[in-house]
Design a protein around this ligand. Sequence first.
Ligand SMILES: Cc1cc2nc3c(=O)[nH]c(=O)nc-3n(C[C@H](O)[C@H](O)[C@H](O)COP(=O)(O)OP(=O)(O)OC[C@H]3O[C@@H](n4cnc5c(N)ncnc54)[C@H](O)[C@@H]3O)c2cc1C
Length: 421
Amino acid sequence: MSQDDADVIVVGGGPGGAATAFHLAHHGAKVLVLEKSEYPREKVCGDGLTPRGVKQVIAMGVDVNAKGWWRNRGLRVIGGGVRLELDWPDLASFPNYGLTRTRMDFDELLVQAATDAGAELHTSTTATGPVTDDRTGRVVGVEATVGPDKQPRVYRAPIVVAADGVSGRFPLALGVTKRDDRPIGVAVRRYYRSPRHDDDYLESWLELRGRNDQSKLLPGYGWIFGMGDGRVNVGLGVLNSSVEFGKSNYREMLVDWMAATPPDWQMSEETADGPILGAALPMGFNRVPHYTRGVMLVGDSGGMVNPFNGEGIAYAMESGALAAEVAVQALAEPDLARRERALQHYPAELKARYGGYYRLGGWFVKLIGRPEIMRFATKHGMPHPTLMRFVLKLLANLTDPRGGDAMDRVINAMSRAVPAV
Ligand SMILES: Cc1cc2nc3c(=O)[nH]c(=O)nc-3n(C[C@H](O)[C@H](O)[C@H](O)COP(=O)(O)OP(=O)(O)OC[C@H]3O[C@@H](n4cnc5c(N)ncnc54)[C@H](O)[C@@H]3O)c2cc1C
């Protein structure tokens, strides 16, 4: 008789953990999600979903026509004196719209879908470290503390998924650390009550200027996303390829940028809804390996944010779905050696799917970290809508793998041609 509490334990109930749990439960596995907080809870994010993210939400059976979702048609890019509206591409593989929804209840909805599918959820339960088998060296469970009194508890399962976000304490406890040679960003965001709340484009700013010195560019890139609920989500981010990374006061920069926006947008201290909060975006596989000793890393825990555009939700959910698929196959194997073999498919498949594209993304981050290159690209690229449509497809990773147009074929060929990260 097995002493296990589940077939798979998922540490963390964000989008990555929820998607993993949903797909595992759907495949008939017994899955237990350990989440340190209680829902609803805040998560610092831009709250924006491209069609890539929308596809994953739909794959979990969530009704995106219900109240609380706000649709967008594409991306508005502002820079080099040009304001360009680019609709999401028309593809067979992805919907042609994006969504916004505050993470305050987005994550809860996804976790609810997972529990509806049969996953068990333990909130106020913090994973404190792995339980390892002395004989095999494999992880066979999770040590945790439960509730406000931090009651210690041990949960056992033959496979553990670390979906614990950018801090990645669980992989860290196994010695899987961040790689300093891979991209990372830091971003801050704040909500404002603004008439721009019903914007049907996600807005991306390639150049930021403050109120006091309009001639000087602030470091980083900004966004204004309408939430459709009376608020906008406004934020800015700086990449580690910039000399300003870690040196600037990002909160002050956000306030300065907002002070320079038109008064009728009503983005000021008076309309601010909550504080400015910040967090890191771990990009381009900046924590590897994605599988070790019975543990699979999903989403931010494995540094899976897209380096081209800072999108992390879609990749957390896609990697969660893949981890679930691999885990059920591994669980069906008759012995440990075969199970191990099956689990190795997870990092190999991640590498095949994203490795080339993330290599290109790493180069992109290095290039745009140099202000003179960014200025040149903005000045000469923005006036050409066809080129910008290509850039949108590349940056948002939105192509059809088969039967796409010439742009799709170029992007897919480029991703295949370079060595995977
Ligand atoms: C400012 C900012 C703006 C962003 N904007 C966007 C955007 O617009 N669109 C987009 O797609 N992405 C965006 N991202 C990235 C996105 O937020 C992440 O990529 C995404 O949340 C990753 O999901 P995840 O499930 O891997 O991790 P998380 O969402 O971080 O979830 C991790 C979960 O694990 C729990 N947890 C952590 N440690 C433990 C533990 N020890 N025990 C139990 N539970 C634990 C946490 O409470 C949390 O619920 C942004 C990020 C930042 C910082």
